[in-house]
Design a protein around this ligand. Structure first.
Ligand SMILES: Cc1ncc(COP(=O)(O)O)c(C=O)c1O
Length: 441
């Protein structure tokens, strides 16, 4: 296989790819070319090794190149499993059965390729099911790049204005979104039930879509009773509760954060950790909603189509990932929790020792260091109190020292099952040296 030198790679990428990257949110300083990933580690083209906490924005729950996932993929290739584009396959049937076994509310599942496709389809199902057009999204949440949801992620406070109960304006994070969408999409603050109640009184809402933990701005957790409150509001007002578990699903438990919280959404969307780095996503939920894809009345049928849906390679990867996650009654989640807890305790001890304004917010293997004196309850709180400049500085220093966290403030750190105690201890040694000088006011 032809490989380019670091310089040639950068030069050709910049010449031929917009921004020099395949996904513009990957633009990051320093400009590193990664050439290998194995377990908890990545190597750049200069041969430097990093302990990886970025996990490619979340998928690598088992670590890079997990042997079981690799052999499942290799087997699919050896058996000449191909894309047939006609009927179904035993891989699809097996994966669908496995996903439906992950939580009682998943009676049926649609297989797609990316999280964005899956949130798109979930919203379409909700609109078709209710005959309503309006949706509610979270300020500080991310649900993909399409027109309804490409909005209100890290909106600058100057644009957002003061915290309000009621309604924020639609702040697109992409050009090219028709203005009509701003009339149909209602962003609200996380952990604010009253806003949802008010909006549902004013507009015919088809669905609320949210990450049950806001993991695109670190780890912002739901307050006790919040998700239950949303469930109740949705049921009363007749709109669908959609959990976007693209980041939380399979990372925190097989049944996602829904299972841990004991709240059954109408639909849940999965991606990322479901296949440990291979491109596949799913929408699961009540059969009566999923059956809208095959409604006998063409006028009520939702279009489910995709040349690559159920492609054998990512499907084989997802089966193998779920097999690994199910081993020994989900022992992997116990280990991830132990590692997360150990790291959190050590980091907080460093902060306390040096009197640093830092806390760790964590769910299992996902955590975030916030440079503020309390855990953020929503984007507004985070934007007003977190020290973004020092967070960025800290991340740059860590990268220099061989610890890869994505060099953008308030991004989630992810531990994988391949991290060892040695990796964690090395991380803590580096943090001991780097934290005080990076974040002391
Ligand atoms: C919560 C959430 N939903 C949806 C998406 C979109 O997934 P994809 O990038 O696979 O389209 C992402 C991606 O980061 C995500 O974090």
């Amino acid at each position: 296989m032809l490989t380019y030198s670091t310089e040639d790679t950068l030069e050709k990428s910049r010449r031929f790819l917009p921004g020099g990257v395949a996904s513009v949110n990957r633009i990051a300083e320093p400009d590193l070319i990664f050439v290998r990933g194995s377990g908890a580690h990545m190597w750049d083209s200069e041969g430097k090794r990093y302990i990886d906490y970025h996990a490619a924005f979340g998928p690598h729950i088992l670590g890079h190149n997990d042997p079981h996932v690799n052999s499942s993929v290799a087997r699919a290739l050896e058996q000449h499993q191909s894309l047939y584009g006609s009927g179904t396959t035993s891989l699809e049937a097996r994966l669908a059965e496995m996903i439906c076994g992950c939580a009682p509310f998943i009676e049926s599942v649609a297989l797609l390729n990316t999280g964005s496709e899956a949130t798109y389809q979930a919203l379409r199902l909700a609109r078709a099911a209710t005959g309503r057009d309006h949706i509610i999204v979270m300020q500080g949440g991310y649900n993909g790049w399409h027109n309804d949801v490409a909005c209100n992620l890290a909106t600058p406070l100057a644009e957002l204005g003061p915290r309000i109960t009621g309604e924020y304006r639609f702040h697109p994070i992409s050009a090219g979104i028709p203005a009509a969408h701003s009339q149909l999409v209602h962003p609200v603050n996380f952990n604010d039930l009253e806003s949802v109640r008010l909006i549902a009184q004013q507009y015919p809402i088809a669905a609320i879509i949210l990450e049950p933990i806001l993991q695109n701005i670190g780890v912002v957790k739901p307050a006790p009773g919040y998700l239950q409150g949303l469930r109740k509001l949705a049921t009363e007002a007749g709109f669908l509760l959609i959990f976007d578990e693209v980041k939380t699903g399979f990372r925190h438990s097989l049944g996602g954060y829904a299972s841990l919280a004991g709240v059954a959404p109408d639909l849940a969307v999965y991606g990322k950790a479901i296949a440990n780095g291979y491109p596949i996503a799913a929408v699961g939920g009540a059969k009566r909603f999923l059956d809208l894809f095959v409604h006998p009345d063409p006028a009520r049928r939702v279009l489910l189509a995709g040349t690559y849906n159920g492609h054998p390679i990512p499907t084989a990867a997802a089966i193998a990932t779920i097999e690994r996650l199910r081993e020994n009654d989900g022992e992997v989640y116990t280990r991830l929790e132990q590692m997360g807890e150990w790291l959190q305790t050590e980091i907080e001890a460093i902060a306390q020792h040096h009197g640093l304004p830092l806390l760790v917010e964590r769910q299992g293997s996902a955590f975030c260091l916030y440079l503020m004196d309390h855990a953020p309850r929503d984007w507004h709180d985070l934007a007003a109190h977190h020290d973004f400049t020092r967070d960025k500085l800290l991340r740059m220093r860590l990268i220099q020292e061989g610890i890869y966290t994505f060099p953008v403030p308030a991004k989630q750190w992810s531990i994988s099952a391949a991290h060892t105690q040695q990796d964690l201890e090395q991380t803590v040694r580096v943090l001991h040296n780097v934290l005080p000088s990076s974040i002391k006011p």
